[in-house]
Design a protein around this ligand. Structure first.
Ligand code: MSP
Length: 619
């Protein structure tokens, strides 16, 4: 009964954000759940420190890559601590044993003929550290990276190649035998069709990069960062490899599925190692409907959420809000609503009411309960029905579903309290009051099996307040357990108050950054009329607009497609920032920007009265 699970190792070119927290929280919840079920768990996380991306980031900050990594690692470790993450080892790819082992593995695969030397020419994206596929879009003779939209560079390299093409059949056979290898199933389908289309050999060394592990037998070559990084899952186990390999679960974001579900098993097959059992692929957290990324500067600092709401609430929200596999859109509003509805009003409320009554009426020692009535038995039966369903959902990593079932049940407990009114029977009918409270405590106690992994702090407090025994089942709890009062688990947050504080802070920030009228007049703002609206061929959120500016026309790229139909936009007069440096967005040049009001990520176009002609200056 061992369970070995991993997170991706994170790049150290910036501090961790909510997206990184998401992957690591999922892993921690699974690790804790498995431990409760008696598994011997090993949970690995760490940092990916080599490669051109890090080299470039360090250079732009005037640091060595090593200095940058040393500086960033504590940010990751501190965040994991603040989120109550219990990992077993934190691997850094710059650790000696890792570098040594990766170099050995490389030589071994070379000896066995899985790696050969060749030359490769192609368009390369330095931002993504990957070659751009042949069918990618080309603008002015330059290939555009389909992932980040950046310009490619044409390079020719003498490289070592991994004979990936030879693994097409073995991989397809493997997927057939293990249809659950990738979860959720729609991601498995993507992987299969990727492999079915054919696999090209993979270039796995670079001579253009210095920062990485050198090939021992040919040191001008540095091992490709993904080959290096993936093997952390093997090296990170160190002397525990025999005990824990193969990995039971790799948790990753959907952007790195091909690396984990195609390249990684192929490398392992070549080495003759057993393959991982499952790759769980989650979606992205979006802010303003865009993926958080350092590049876009829209990253959410999880520490701010933790300070305001506590780490349990952040963990709960991340798992409850969005089913794993789908994208989630983050808003503070949504966060507070869920916090108040589920944590303050339901769980927090049940715990504080019931423990308060047990202490007030019976000093925390429930007297002998009277026999259960139909209403009490209904709560027990309902639990016994729903518990296996929640369990199944958790086993299947469907936390949003599991928690939704659990909270439906907890809402039922609150209703049960309202119906049975133990505050009326009180000390007058101690047997009846005891029966009602005991039913609630049994329910809370049994729920701990699911609450503790998700919210270890609150779960631990409830466990202590109820003096819960180790086994989280309905029947394991009885009236002989001492109850302590537990209040204020999740204090209600006043939404208006919260936003007022945020607004005050924002206003302060604004004051500090006054601009002069001269600064303001540097802005070119003019009225434009939308002449043409076309969906961007390679980006489902973008429109390509043609705008009449009075004396000329301009092309703008705008992320309005989810909010406006072309008909709604055509003919509208809008405000355009005319002297913004032209930018390439997904390969299309945008010659300016249109203005819109932002309400929780949703844009509302600023529309100018009909009589204003295109080209009119706005000030
Ligand atoms: N270093 C590689 C992984 C190597 S694993 C052998 C890497 N690092 S990363 O720091 O860019 O991303 C790590 C993980 O964070 C990925 O699983 C990615 O999907 C996840 N997230 C990054 N931004 C995210 C969101 N906005 N939302 C959710 N998760 C996202 O890739």
């Amino acid at each position: 009964m061992k369970f070995y699970l991993t997170t991706p190792i994170y790049y150290v070119n910036g501090k961790p954000h909510l997206g990184h927290a998401y992957t690591t929280v999922i892993g921690d919840v699974i690790a804790r759940f498995k431990k409760i079920k008696g598994y011997d768990v090993f949970y690995l996380t760490g940092t990916d420190e080599h490669g051109g991306k890090i080299e470039k980031a360090a250079r732009s900050m005037g640091k060595s890559p090593r200095e940058l990594a040393d500086e960033m690692v504590p940010h990751f470790k501190n965040l994991w601590k603040a989120l109550n993450i219990e990992y077993d080892f934190f691997i850094r790819t710059t650790m000696d044993f890792h570098e040594k082992r990766v170099a050995e593995i490389f030589e071994e695969l070379k000896r066995k003929g899985h790696i050969y030397k060749g030359s490769y020419s192609g368009w390369y994206c330095y931002n993504c550290e990957a070659y751009i596929p042949d069918d990618a879009e080309e603008v002015d003779g330059v290939k555009i990276c389909p992932d980040c939209g950046g310009k490619g560079e044409f390079i020719t390299e003498e490289n070592y190649f991994f004979r990936l093409s030879a693994f097409r059949r073995p991989l397809l056979d493997f997927y057939k035998r293990n249809p659950d290898f990738v979860k959720p199933p729609f991601m498995m389908n993507k992987v299969v069709s990727f492999v079915e289309q054919g696999l090209r050999d993979l270039s796995i060394t670079r001579t253009t990069i210095n920062w990485g592990i050198r090939v021992p037998s040919d040191p001008k070559h540095v091992i490709y960062v993904w080959f290096d990084a993936l093997f952390n899952y093997v090296t990170g186990l160190r002397d525990k490899f025999d005990k824990y390999w193969p990995a039971d679960l790799h948790i990753i974001g959907k952007d790195i599925i091909i690396f984990h579900a195609v390249y990684w098993p192929a490398f392992l097959m070549a080495l003759g190692y057993p393959l991982p059992r499952t790759v769980l692929s989650h979606g992205w957290w979006l802010v303003d409907r865009r993926k958080m990324s350092k590049h876009l500067g829209n990253v959410l600092d999880p520490h701010i959420l933790i300070e305001n709401f506590g780490s349990d609430a952040v963990r709960y929200f991340l798992l409850r809000e969005t089913p794993i596999g789908q994208d989630g859109n983050f808003s503070h509003e949504g966060f507070i609503e869920r916090y108040n509805a589920d944590l303050a009003n339901e769980l927090g409320n049940i715990v504080s009411r019931t423990t308060a009554m047990a202490v007030k009426y019976f000093s925390g020692n429930l007297p002998a309960p009277s026999p259960a009535l139909e209403t009490d038995r209904r709560m027990e039966n309902r639990w016994k029905e729903v518990e296996p369903e929640i369990e199944r959902a958790f086993e299947n990593y469907e936390f949003s579903k599991g928690l939704s079932l659990l909270w439906n049940y907890l809402r039922g407990i609150n209703k049960y309290l309202v119906e049975t009114e133990p505050w009326r029977s009180g000390v007058k009918s101690p047997g009846r009051t005891s029966r009602i409270l005991l039913t609630c405590f049994k329910a809370l106690h049994a729920s701990l099996k699911f609450i503790i992994p998700v919210m270890p702090e609150a779960g631990g407090k409830i466990k202590r307040a109820l003096s819960s025994p180790g086994e989280f089942s309905w029947d394991a709890y009885d009236e002989k357990r001492k109850i302590e009062r537990l209040d204020g688990l999740f204090p209600r947050v006043d939404k208006a108050e919260f936003f007022k504080e945020e607004k005050d802070m924002e206003e302060k920030r604004e004051e500090k950054t006054y601009v002069t009228i001269e600064d303001f007049f540097k802005m070119g703002l003019k009225v434009g009329k939308i002449l043409e609206v076309k969906p961007a061929p390679n980006a489902d959120k973008l429109y390509l607009l043609k705008v009449d500016m009075g004396d000329h026309e301009r092309n703008l790229v705008a992320g309005l497609r989810q909010y406006y139909t072309p008909e709604e936009l055509l003919g509208k007069k809008i405000v355009v920032v005319t002297n913004l440096k032209p930018a390439r967005i997904r390969g299309h040049e945008s010659q300016g920007m249109l203005l819109a009001a932002d309400v929780d990520g949703k844009p509302y176009l600023l529309v100018v009265p009909e009589e204003v002609p295109p080209g009119a200056i706005v000030r």
